[in-house]
Design a binder for this molecule. Structure first.
Ligand code: BV8
Ligand code: ZN
Length: 264
């Protein structure tokens, strides 16, 4: 039986493991066999580094919900308020260190080379700081400033920023954070690469994401439909949990090293 048939069979059987160790062993086995692995990460991967998630308990900032601040409308209405939120997040992220989950993905990338593709919804840059080389950023980069006037982009690591809101020193227009806000399109090249990887992947790891934000949440679904074995790691059930082959309850920083190290 070739892998896709096996994966289809498993989907029909809707593999449910009784214990976490059994689930880790099964994920480890699938990873050991795979040559092409697609990884999608969300805010839960950075939570153990102390970076607040979007929808979890720490996801509120001064009684605002991220969805109300991460929009072009919010920025147009009150650029200073939106920049205070991003500046606060930049300072939190600057204090954060990558966690064992980030490092496990570096090890997996080194093992698989071209067969590995990491797509992150996170804008914190912790994958890159851990040493990941092949990171596709679906939602941009909090360390990037983009001028709303002349379009100039600059990486700026100042935390805190000296002046809020920051302005372009070339044209004087407001800088905005180099991230994708709600209602804005994702980078087309990154999205194309994600769905191309989803069509080819043998295993797809969905790590620390509530799977509610589109089109990113569509990527694992596309991998599933293309015959990949999909493994989710999350503290709680998500919109995807009932559709994946394996949904492991736990912290990415704890489970991912156990799965990756044992799959070598
Ligand atoms: C677009 C960057 C079109 C900014 C972000 C109705 C239905 C479907 C879609 C829509 C709809 N209405 C609107 C839409 C579209 C919208 C969308 O999906 N909305 C959702 C809320 C319904 N999408 C968009 O607007 C996208 N653009 O569609 O454009 C278009 C096309 C052409 C031309 C014009 C327009 C843009 C989406 C990108 C928005 N930007 N971030 C910034 O960061 O400031 S999204 C934001 O959410 C973050 O990137 C975040 O990463 C992302 C997803 O959240 P998660 O990463 O999953 O984080 P969350 O907190 O939700 O969950 C954390 C999970 O981790 C939890 O499950 C938790 O249990 C778990 N966890 C916690 N700790 C751990 C853990 N797991 C394991 N271990 C742990 N230790
Ligand atoms: Zn400018």
């Amino acid at each position: 039986m070739t892998l896709p048939e096996a994966a289809t069979t498993i989907t029909r059987l809707n593999v449910r493991v009784q214990t976490l160790p059994e689930g880790i062993a099964r994920a480890r086995h699938w990873l050991a066999e795979a040559r092409r692995v697609l990884v999608l990460t969300g805010a839960g991967c950075s939570a153990e580094s102390g970076v607040p998630t979007f929808r979890g308990a720490g996801g509120l900032w001064r009684q605002f919900r991220p969805e109300t601040l991460a929009t072009p409308e919010a920025f147009a209405r009150d650029p200073k308020l939106v920049w205070e939120w991003y500046d606060w997040r930049r300072q939190r992220i600057a204090q954060a260190q990558p966690n064992p989950g980030h490092y496990a993905l570096v090890e997996l990338e080194q093992r698989l080379g071209d067969g590995f593709a990491l797509f992150t919804q996170n804008v914190d840059g912790l994958h890159e700081r851990a040493g990941s080389q092949r990171v596709w950023r679906l939602h941009g980069d909090i360390w990037l400033l983009r001028c709303t006037g002349c379009g100039r982009q600059e990486r700026n690591l100042a935390a805190p920023l000296p002046v809020l809101p920051p302005r372009c020193d070339r044209c004087g227009a407001l800088f905005r954070p180099g991230v994708v806000w709600f209602g804005e399109p994702l980078p087309a090249d990154v999205l194309d690469a994600a769905f191309a990887a989803a069509r080819r992947a043998e295993v797809c790891l969905v790590l620390g994401t509530s799977s509610v934000v589109y089109p990113a949440a569509r990527i694992p679904q596309s991998a599933l439909e293309s015959g990949a074995r999909v493994v989710e790691i999350n503290l709680e059930p998500t919109e995807l949990s009932d559709r994946v082959h394996l949904s492991l309850r736990g912290r990415t920083g704890e489970l991912l090293p156990q799965i990756v190290q044992g799959a070598g």
